[in-house]
Design a protein around this ligand. Structure first.
Ligand SMILES: Nc1ncnc2c1ncn2[C@@H]1O[C@H](COP(=O)(O)OP(=O)(O)OP(=O)(O)O)[C@@H](O)[C@H]1O
Ligand SMILES: [Mg+2]
Length: 262
């Protein structure tokens, strides 16, 4: 058996590409090979040339529809023979529980909170994302460093410090941002959870004592931070206020183009 990651996926000549009909879920091309690299210094001892899988990121605010779309995307990928692995914020085995506990008490400074999240990210990068990519899997990230960076930035942290910190991250093959207005987000979060989240409402920032007002003000700031990053980090923005199937169609078309060259 060949070593995971030893088989590089060769780019097919254009003339042999088969057009994918995603609606009928008939056939998907092989992922198009592209060089993987880190934003900055990366992690030590990683041979990025061996990372033959693909990293797809879905970004968007709480309730923007990321999980809804990821479920469909994973079904589609797996239905077409591509193994998919999922990661997300606060999902590391190393610190996710501790992070949850720390948030309950509001005991961390912006810096220590930021480093806690960075640790959660680094653990998943090292133990899930990189091994999966070297085994040729498609990794779907439910949020990535951009949410963490935007959260830090709206809390006034030094942008260079934050950018350097996340220089450890791999550059994804595609980043999608689901754009949904704060008022729509409130409706969705209330119908899903019957409440708004303290942190996603930016209540730690003291923007307003009213959680709804704080949520709107915080989400507007987050969106500005995302828009500032858009060109540098090459987000593809999708209108997340469309019907779920319309969002999905846009997403799959873009994934097909970006990942499979279809
Ligand atoms: N395009 C859409 N239009 C209307 N409602 C939607 C749409 N997509 C998802 N929803 C609904 O909005 C709610 C939030 O969706 P979902 O859980 O997928 O979002 P999320 O971004 O993963 O949220 P969270 O940040 O809580 O993980 C759910 O009740 C879902 O059914
Ligand atoms: Mg979700």
């Amino acid at each position: 058996m060949s070593k995971p990651g030893s088989q590089r996926i060769a780019r097919k000549p254009r003339s042999t590409w088969k057009k994918t009909n995603f609606r009928q879920q008939l056939q998907v091309d092989e992922p198009v090979a592209s060089p993987t690299h880190f934003y900055g210094q990366g992690l030590p001892n990683v041979d990025t040339e061996a990372l033959t899988g693909k990293l797809i990121v879905l970004e968007g605010a709480d309730g923007s529809g990321r999980s809804t779309q990821i479920r469909k995307l994973v079904d589609w990928l797996e239905g077409n023979g591509h193994a998919a692995v999922q990661v997300g914020i606060k999902r590391s085995t190393l610190v996710s529980e501790e992070l949850e506990k720390a948030q309950e008490g509001n005991i961390l400074s912006h810096t220590t909170m930021s480093l806690f999240y960075a640790t959660d990210f680094a653990d998943q990068l090292e133990n899930i994302i990189i091994p999966a990519l070297s085994a040729g899997f498609i990794v779907i990230a439910d949020r990535y460093i951009y949410t963490l960076m935007a959260r830090d930035m709206v809390r006034g942290m030094d942008q260079r410090w934050v950018t350097n910190l996340y220089g450890m991250a791999l550059v994804p093959d595609a980043v999608f941002y689901l754009d949904v207005s704060p008022s729509q987000l409130i409706q969705r979060n209330l119908s899903k959870n019957q409440t708004l989240d303290y942190w996603e409402s930016g209540m730690d920032l003291g923007l307003s004592r009213d959680m709804f007002d704080s949520f709107v003000a915080y989400q507007q700031r987050m969106k500005k931070a995302f828009m500032r990053m858009q060109r540098t980090y090459r987000f593809q923005i999708i209108d997340g206020e469309q019907q779920p199937n319309a969002v999905y169609d846009e997403l799959i078309t873009a994934v097909n183009q970006t990942i499979f060259g279809a």
